[in-house]
Write a protein that binds this ligand. Structure first.
Ligand SMILES: [Zn+2]
Length: 185
């Protein structure tokens, strides 16, 4: 049975950015909804483990990698939402620049998220350099790893609204894209 680590971004102490409607931090939002991804993966025959970097004793992406490695996951997916002060919006997915399978999983999930949210498709964001987002998460994970940024929910009102109103559908679509990845692998 394949194992998927569903890593909630940031931590209970440092929730990350906050939705435009001030209702949720990144951590709080995904803590509330990630069970739906887990349930669908389990229905499809996977072991899905919800986890967080704080369980490995730290607040940085390196600890998220350590936790995913401890779980022995075949794929690690970390859940976030985006923010910018330039008014941009849309959906993007980060992967390690040299991981072929990471890129493949990223493409499948990116497509699935775009189909549900119908926000601008900002594409895949390869992570390679120390200044890139989540560098140590991608560098230290033993398995293909992704970070999902489905919407600019902390800075764009439309993105926030879309993420909230379509979250159930989004969770199902992400789980099914993960299933598709393993079927193709
Ligand atoms: Zn984040």
């Amino acid at each position: 049975m394949k194992t998927v680590a569903l890593s909630i971004g940031h931590s209970p102490q440092d929730g990350g950015s906050v939705t435009t409607n001030r209702k949720y931090s990144e951590y709080g939002f995904w803590k509330l909804h990630i069970g739906r991804v887990k349930a669908e993966l389990e229905r499809l025959g996977y072991k899905a483990v919800v986890c967080n970097r704080s369980e490995a004793g730290g607040k940085t992406p390196l600890f998220a990698a350590r936790r995913c490695n401890e779980i022995g996951a075949d794929l690690a997916v970390e859940f976030h939402f985006n923010g910018a002060d330039t008014g941009i919006g849309g959906t993007e997915t980060l992967h390690w620049y040299s991981s072929k399978n990471g890129k493949k999983a990223a493409q499948l999930i990116q497509t699935a998220m775009c189909e549900v949210l119908r926000l601008p498709d900002r594409g895949l964001k390869p992570v390679r350099y120390k200044d890139d987002r989540g560098y140590y998460y991608f560098k230290e994970t033993d398995m293909p790893a992704l970070m999902l940024e489905p919407a600019f929910a902390s800075s764009h009102v439309t993105d926030c609204d879309r993420l909230e109103t379509r979250i159930d559908e989004l969770c199902l679509a992400i789980a099914r894209a993960i299933d598709e990845y393993f079927k193709q692998a």
